[in-house]
Write a protein that binds this ligand. Sequence first.
Ligand code: PLP
Length: 431
Amino acid sequence: MKLEKSIELYSKGKKHLVGAVNSPVRAFKSVGGVPIFIDRAKGSKIYDVDGNEYIDMVLSYGPMILGHRNSIVEKTIKKYLKNGYTFGASTKGEIIMAEMVCNAFPGMDKVRFVNSGTEAVLSAIRLARAYTGKNKIIKFAGCYHGHSDALLVAAGSGLATLSIPGSKGVPDEAVKNTLIAEFNNINSIEAHLAKHKDIAAVIIEPIAGNMGVIQPKKDFIDQLKELTKASGVLLIADEVMTGFRSQFGGAQELLGFEADITCLGKVVGGGFPVGAYGARNEIMEMVSPLGDMYQAGTLSGNPIAMACGIATLKELKKQNPYKDFEKTAAFLEREMKIAAKENGIDLQVNRFGSMINPFFTKEKVVDFKSAQTSDTKMFKTFFWKMMENGVFLPPSQFESWFLATAMTKRDIYKVRSAIQIAMKAVADKHK
Ligand SMILES: *Cc1c(COP(=O)(O)O)cnc(C)c1O
């Protein structure tokens, strides 16, 4: 596999960029080797600077659900670029986008747009505290909610692979109000609620995607909803990854519940930096300028980002790919399991909608602890063989792979062939 130009850029990039990246997972640290540098992408394909072509299952960690440079979306962006880039005043696009988002999520009467998932979540936490007048929050081990101080404990994603307990630079005071519960374990929530009276909210990725994909057990979310309601605690659904991805109305539509506050990001901007948080009127009316909870943003609701988001959501709604995603993911699950079995490899495949990933372990993966039983050395071998065979995967065991509507049957068969080769390579090296 030719990587000369990526190697060159990597060594140049390290001079003025930290680790040559602007987000740690891009450094490929947990799979070793050189991080690839991207030149361009179109549809289901992405091309690195050495001219290698890959089927893109990273999709920028989720946003590119239509694939890259969808022609309708691109036309819309170009049209809006001519009007200017940012105004520091309101535009019609924000109203259209707000209506689309609130229609998709019935629990949201009002929404506030921000610039990232991190911002959406940290604002939602502030809002929950403002509304309840309480301070503590509960999060689940292995769920990732962005990099704000209070949420950088027992987070998944980059932190899971690097085994960093939280992060340096986060003072104890910043996390002292963050309690940790176990995903899929309702008793762990009950225990906190019984012990602490000062709880503002429970935050959850309803379908976890940042410790690999982990589905909620049957009834887990219903029980969580009931428990929080009975205790006067708000339930925050962090749907930054699952919003518009697992269903148009996110995990909430799929699982049939309504959160008190919903956080969005990734798909909602279609590749531009957009995040959002929203809730019913009585909660959102706490937010400035209607209420006393301050939250602002120079570039929030950026007109180009809104145009891209609107075009993406419209196209997504029209294509309604969710049944097809489910079928494709089921196919990939089956093929991975067959290939693993043929090679004598213990493998779990977790998936939900268009999110899927394998774990190299005998144990059923239902929470952070079981996710960590996966053999990451095997994943590393698997990852590089997939790359060599033209499939771009997230360079970490603990990230979800994604599907895009631009993927064709041919692409999926190519992924299957790569899986067959990669599983054999894993067996050859580790058995
Ligand atoms: C990606 C992600 C975030 C953080 O979003 P950024 O845009 O990276 O700040 C928060 N929550 C979840 C569930 C995510 O997947």
